[in-house]
Design a protein. Sequence first.
Length: 234
Amino acid sequence: LKLANSAQYGSPRAITSLDEALTRIGLLGTRDLAWALALHALGVERGPFGGALQRHGIEVAAACQVLAVSLRGVTPSHAFVVGLLHDLGAQLFLELEPSDYAPVLAQYLHDDEKLMKAEHAMFGVDHGVLAQRAMERWLLPRDLASAVGQHHTVIRVVSNLPDLPLKLAALIHQSEALLVGWKKSGQEGRHEKLGEQLAALPVNRILRISPGRYASGAERLGEQLARLKGLLQG
């Protein structure tokens, strides 16, 4: 009900029943949201890295939502689910192999390329591939699973993905970049320079979001993040 009443599903009146929430979000969207909410806390009891991954998922979900309004065919549910679950594979590694994986995260948490190489060396797959396989096994939509699985490599697989998962993978990628830039720029005020930087990144050739829309997204990110934290942690 909280999600159905959030600004992303805006309506002139409040939703007060599960039937109305299903109508607002849709049956399949509701199922996907339920899965995302159930999975986003995986690994949280496995030490500080579990909590860090969970918080980062919420942050990226918020960034995905503020940018998704600029993308045709991407729903609020799509943006929320792929953002929240984009590091599901890392959460699964941490849940299943905490003693082996925690030291890897400690060393490479902020270096995706080295982290993925270390995962390959240790487990034979990286966290993106693991997340994609898990989401498909659990019957989450293939488009969402593909997007999560390819968001680190989207610029290299652009010709191999259909339109929606390609957009969603690029959305995750650009949302992480938005989040980093937003934090570095002090979070408050105007963000024209950040918007220009994000629009110039190669992955934006897929999304074609303008500098102004990136700047607008950065200006709304703090409010959306606070809203999601209230929904998920309140």
